[in-house]
Design a protein around this ligand. Structure first.
Ligand SMILES: Nc1ncnc2c1ncn2[C@@H]1O[C@H](COP(=O)(O)OP(=O)(O)OP(=O)(O)O)[C@@H](O)[C@H]1O
Length: 636
């Protein structure tokens, strides 16, 4: 039996270099549910999902849009701060060529003015930098909060179909390591990156002002430097994509193993898991090493270019000073500026590194955010009609439904079914017959490939999510409990319920006694010590949750785990309570459960092969009669 949380996570097998393969099909539409299997390669095999062209830029813009004014303020602060910083060598040149000769003639005014000017520039630069950091930090923190929130909200809004293929590990990587690399850029890298670019512009202008011939010679060095930066950018982008994919693979393996720690222990998977994790860890290490190597290549190359240029300029400048064609102060200022120009060049590699890493992360996040839910909200939702007088539940119909999972063949070839309001229907059949698929279509976890699922005449596709949630509830096998108290877990079905209503639901289900016996009763935290409750008790909590939600249609994926006899009896009793007064579909594994149904459907290969009351089917000579007889014999 397959239930929502039971779906095995797809193993992520990163295929570096991943980014290159995706770059070509950015504009490809994000496929919807039920695409023909086996056609094109699955984009979910890649870590970068297809996104519309320029999705990263659009994402960045939309993140920054609410902070436009503060971003402009930060830019102006940085602009003025850099002007203050770059005034220094110019003042030095003035001091050497004008102020010091004046001191020799006994006039100290100019030198004192230069010294005060230098001090003022230093103070202004410090004050402006502080103001810039404050403003920029606020913007970056707000952007990160927004981004993390968007990833969480979007991931939650995406359909089951997406989650079955993307894996939670990859989602965690998006929300943690990828957001972290954007944080690094925003908080540390961006200021330096913009600062370096800005100072390069200022310094170039000042060099031109000081001596245009030497400035032109300096400009020549920009050509190989630009080339070195471009090569570094291209190569490190690939390296960073690989690294980010490798990080995600490590996280995926980690979460997959820890989520499945019970089967891991039961099947002694520790050693093979260690090996697989070791390989992924090494892959991560190699990807990291490649990124560092790219950085090293760039630093060595750019330093070589810078040093050769400085040496050439000092030599030429010295000759010109010696010949009297240039003032010593100008050469001194020139060399000071050159040092300022080239010094941050290897740091520029580092900023570009964080920029590349952030760009790779942004690309992946943009790809994730570009995914549209395969089960979208209707543009114009239709309300459910008022319930017909006196009849509990709502009528359910499957009309010409066909369905295929995106990663498999057709599961329901052509399916028609009508369940009158208030009927309890038990669905039985061999494993893989399509019982859970039927339930998931009714809960609208997926939309049919063709045909429609209808609730009281309204197609599920046209129902607003809130109506759908109130109308149809599915209780899955594993009866998942969220972190929080028992009371909160029951109230999930109706968050505005009072404590009395929560307790009344628990009492009706027969869960009150064991809950009251927990260390803090209804306020016991289910994830803390003492809050551990058994599988049968978890089911009772899930039933109480469903009873409180009071949906018109309840789908119950009966647990296969065998309970002890009193436990089973308690669950059977609770099931009876929760089914009464609504349309109900039970995916039944126990034939004792079938007996409480009004109608039994036997499924095989996605089709209904028998349909009738339990009595009729037992009395007949079909599959169900055989199964029932075998069950009775086993009881004797
Ligand atoms: N998420 C999925 N992606 C691809 N194929 C799926 C998926 N879930 C189920 N299938 C396939 O659809 C078919 C029907 O599965 P379904 O879970 O509906 O059967 P079932 O009758 O509920 O079986 P069981 O009692 O074992 O849960 C099976 O062949 C199964 O392999």
């Amino acid at each position: 039996m397959t239930s929502v949380a039971d779906q095995p996570e797809q193993a992520l097998e990163p295929r570096p270099p991943c980014g290159t393969a995706v770059a070509d099909d950015r504009a490809a539409p994000v496929p919807g549910t039920g695409a023909a299997p086996g056609a094109a390669p699955d984009p979910f095999d890649q870590d970068v999902l297809p996104a519309p062209r320029n999705a990263q830029i659009a994402l960045l813009r939309s993140l920054l849009a609410p902070h436009r004014r503060r971003a402009w303020t930060a830019s102006v602060l940085l602009l003025v701060q850099q002007a203050a910083v770059q005034a220094g060598p110019l003042l030095v040149a003035y001091a050497i060529d004008n102020a010091i000769p004046q001191v020799r003639q006994g006039q100290h005014g100019a030198l004192i003015a230069v010294a005060l000017g230098y001090l003022a520039c230093g103070v202004a630069s410090g004050v402006l930098q502080r103001a810039f950091i404050r403003v920029a930090a606020r913007v970056s923190q707000d952007v990160l909060i927004d981004l993390r929130g968007r990833i969480f909200r979007h991931a939650q809004s995406l359909s089951l179909d997406f989650h079955e293929r993307y894996t939670s590990g990859r989602l965690i990587a998006r929300a943690t390591s990828d957001v972290e690399s954007i944080r690094e850029l925003l908080t540390d890298g961006l200021e330096e990156l913009v600062g370096v670019v800005l100072s390069a512009v200022y310094i170039t202008a000042l060099l031109m002002f000081l001596d245009w011939k030497l400035a032109l010679a300096t400009l020549v060095s920009y050509v190989p430097l630009y080339w070195a930066i471009r090569v570094f950018q291209k190569r490190s982008m690939v390296a960073y994509r690989k690294r980010s994919t490798a990080v995600a693979a490590v996280i995926v393996k980690f979460t997959e193993t820890m989520n499945g720690i019970r089967p891991v222990k039961a099947f002694r998977r520790e050693e093979p898991n260690d090996d697989a994790f070791g390989e992924l860890n090494h892959r991560h290490e190699r990807a990291n090493g490649d990124a560092i190597l790219e950085m090293a290549r760039y630093v060595v190359g750019s330093r070589l270019i810078a040093n050769v240029t400085i040496a050439g300029i000092v030599l030429w400048g010295a000759y010109r000073v010696a010949e009297g064609g240039m003032a010593l102060g100008v050469l001194a200022a020139f060399v000071l500026y050159l040092r300022r120009l080239y010094d941050p060049i290897d740091r520029l590699g580092m900023f570009l590194n964080s920029y590349q890493s952030a760009a790779a992360s942004l690309e992946k996040i943009a790809g994730l955010l570009a995914q549209a839910p395969a089960v979208p909200e209707p543009a114009e939702p239709r309300p459910l009609p008022e319930p017909a007088g006196g009849i509990p539940g709502r009528e359910v119909a499957f009309e010409g439904v066909r369905f295929a999972y995106r990663t498999g063949g057709e599961v329901l070839p052509s399916f028609d079914l009508r369940m009158p309001a208030g009927q309890t229907v038990a669905v039985v059949g061999a494993t893989g017959a399509g019982k859970s698929t039927l339930a998931k279509l009714l809960a609208r976890f997926y939309d049919p490939t063709s045909g429609r699922v209808v609730l009281d005449g309204v197609e599920l596709r046209d129902l607003a999510t809130a109506d759908l949630r109130r109308g149809v509830v599915m209780v899955t096998q594993e009866a998942f409990l969220f972190s929080g108290t028992v009371a909160e877990n029951i109230a999930i079905g109706r968050p505005d319920a009072t404590r009395e209503e929560v307790e009344a639901a628990a009492k009706a289900i027969g869960a009150h006694d064991f809950i009251a016996a927990l260390p803090d009763g209804y306020d016991t935290d289910v994830r803390k010590r003492g809050g551990r409750i058994s599988a049968g008790q978890r089911q009772l909590v899930a039933f109480a949750r469903a009873l409180l939600a009071d949906p018109a249609v309840l789908i119950l994926d009966e647990a296969t785990s065998s309970l002890d006899v009193p436990g089973e009896r308690a669950v059977q009793h609770a099931m009876h309570t929760v089914l009464t007064g609504r349309t109900a579909v039970i995916i039944a594994h126990r034939l004792s459960t079938v007996e409480i149904a009004d109608r039994v459907l036997v499924m095989e290969g996605g089709r209904i092969v028998e349909d009738g009351t339990p009595g009729e089917l037992i009395a007949g000579d079909g599959r169900f009669a055989g199964l029932h007889q075998a069950w009775r014999d086993s009881l004797v």
